[in-house]
Design a protein around this ligand. Sequence first.
Ligand code: PDD
Length: 286
Amino acid sequence: MTRTVYLNGDYLPETEAKVSVFDRGFLMADGVYEVTSVLGGKLIDFGGHCARLARSLSELEMQNPHSDAEWLAIHRELVARNEITDGMVYLQVTRGNPGDRDFAFPGPDVAPTVVLFTQSKPGMAESPQAAIGLKVISIPDIRWGRRDIKTVQLLYPSMGKMMAKKAGVDDAWFVEDGAVTEGTSNNAYIVKGNRIITRQLSSDILHGITRAAVLRFAAEAQMVVEERPFTIDEAQAADEAFITSASAFVMPVVQVDGGDVGNGKPGPVATRLREIYLDEMRKAAL
Ligand code: PDD
């Protein structure tokens, strides 16, 4: 089946969707994105992703081209046309095509470019990785200072994934001033005693939509949440570690820089939070 993608109001076969070479997303990484998971044909935490999209656009002084209801209709149409049961919808809005290359932003007459496409991942919630856990290395965080905006500037996170791959592990955690900021494409947590520790929200990290939901469920389950920076030494001495993201949900981390976390196996807190997250989010899916 040829994938149908969305481009500026049209549903097209992927081979027919064309974006200009002058698009500022292509030339300047001048664009923002969202990734929303689909489970059982329904969108997970759609409201959260819509709210963050609006914020990313507004921080970059870009107009939001659609209302939340319109975004929902486009997402649903793409999921239906591509017969997605489990997978993701990727959405990107760039500052559009001013017809030439220029550092200055174009005026309001230049329309944004809006692209959405789906990725099918049958059984993604039953990933065998959740029973094994991830191994991570730490690398310096040399990204720009507005990591709270979900921009398409993903070169360094991509390099981080490659560093992890070369080191024979699954992912990398960024470290700045001695403390973990987040993972290459996820938020990072450790568990010590009865406390779940994760960095507080600021422009140092992306404000994860999965993070917000998981911390809410943790509090509801009477777990203690401490929002503060933590070090790699603390992670290695922790009982458990895990990451969260829209595509991985809650995923245990069992090794950090070669040192086992706890007994080197996925721990009960991460496992329980994954169950709660998937149960609750499936119930609330749109
Ligand atoms: N990544 N931190 C970073 C740097 C991210 O790129 C992501 C998401 C997260 C988690 O945010 P959320 O829970 O809203 O997915 C944290 C997405 C999934 C991606 O780039 O594919």
